[in-house]
Design a protein around this ligand. Sequence first.
Ligand code: PEP
Ligand code: MG
Length: 617
Amino acid sequence: MNLKDREDQTRLGAAAASEATVMLRGIGVSSGVAIGQAIVLERVATEIHPRRILRTDEVEPEIARFESAVKRAADQLDQIRKSIHPEHPLNGHRYILDTHLLLLEDRMLLNGTKNAIRTECQNAEWALSENIDRIIAAFDTIEDEYLRERARDVHFVGERVLRILMGRSEDKRIDQLPPHAIIVAHDLSPAETAQLEREQVLGFAIDMGGKTSHTAIMARSLKMPAVTGLERISREAQTGDTIIIDGGTGVVIVNPDPDTIFRYKERREIYRKYQQSLMAFGKLPAVTRDGDRSVRIMANVELLDEIEIAMEHGCEGIGLFRTEYLFLGRSDLPSEEEQYEAYRRVLLRSRPNVVTIRTLDLGADKIPTSLKFEKETNPAMGLRAIRLCLSNRDVFKVQLRAILRAAAVGECRLLLPMISCLRELIAAKEIVQEVKQDLQKEGLEYDPNIRLGVLVEVPSAVAIADLIAREVDFVSIGTNDLIQYALAIDRVNEHVSYLYDTLHPAVLRLIRQVITAVQVRGIGVAMCGEMAGDPVNIPILLGLDLDELSMNALSIPMIKKLIRSIGMDECRDLTARAFDMSDAQDIHFMLEEWIRERFPHDYFVDQPQQGNERHEH
Ligand code: PEP
Ligand code: MG
């Protein structure tokens, strides 16, 4: 059916009612409900580009053509960047477009492409697209979702240059949208997202992307409901279809029946009121309703620019600052000064709150080009994190020097990842001590009393938590890895992801074991895995007496609100019931039912549903 026929059919109400209803589940990246007409954007067809072998005399002009396309792409991005008004909600995200502009200057992108034109006589489109594929493939092996998503930035920038080389119109897809549109696309670049008018666009649903793509980050700032990672929405929906998107649960319904539309209109209203009321909770302390328990709510952060967002959402400190991003996507190691500057800025921006800086968690699938790695058969259990640091002491020492020096300007804690035995912890502590002595001798300012903690994320560390507690000032539980190692489930393998279960009775017991062993010594226990930011888990985490929860910044107001509305009695009761159950599904079910009944208008835990559905009216 062509577009015109399609629009005609949609206008005929009766005909529309005969359409199949399709329900897809993706990743809800920006909450809220939008109901409107789908506008399906044409796929940017840059996959098919001309491939040509150049004659020798064509090589230099081809390089000039490539350089001029790069320059044009930079001008376009700069134009879009400048068009963001200082009052616009995306103003704080101009850095995303700055990053894209920087990528256009990246040596790997430029020289790699020019070399292929020169040495292999490939035409510019061919050389560029192969070079982009190579860069993206390197990112693809990274476990950390945030860093992996950065490959998409390379893709968007490369695609822009490719389109220019191919003489295709750019940024035209989102020109002249009708009002109240819901955008459906295979993908949407941050530059395109920056140009969406909130008056015109109610929300978007796309095949690609995850929670940490820049497109998703921007959607949240625009407070525009959005669902990503739907895989096939751009094929299932057609322009003119009625579409519902629920950016909280990730549900998208194409051609819903009138009852469903009615239900979601109600939900939209509840969401709107709920969101309005939520931000105020960020400012309040996380104390249970009965005043029995107070928990420190912290943020997990990867990039400097996220600190502002974390503060706005009411974090009481940074519970996990991942430092790998300083080392990835470049061919050299960051110097002590560069690292010092980065950590110092994090500490200054977070003052007076504490910042927990985790030492390098490289290795496994986060492999920087600047360090030499042997190929490993089982890299998740290989030379990674603290193991890598202990065998590359120079690299480790440079990082420790930078952290200790930066710690002089604010309250800083040092967190060691992947500790699996006491010997590693003692060795790391000795190196910290050596570094302190060096700094002292050199007369450099540093924090001699920096607090040191272990990230408990390996089952053996759980078993020796009592021994670890003797050596440290605090402990943080990293459930993301702890679950993978405890349940023997590769956290990035989609074939076994159905087994990756936060509420597995074994996981709950491991967490309890750490807390009991560590708190006896009067030492606080934090949790910084994803588990800490999910409302369903909160009663149990409180029932187990965790002192600190560190999470994605956007979850903070919601989690604070939940903690403030429950009492410790019900937390203890739910925890006791969960520990009586032998099956993770039953625990999930109990907690979800509790939250739905207790807070019917909050937290939006959906009724259990089967995956994706299609049915005819
Ligand atoms: C964890 O493993 O829970 C954790 C916080 O670290 P990462 O997700 O960076 O491995
Ligand atoms: Mg981890």
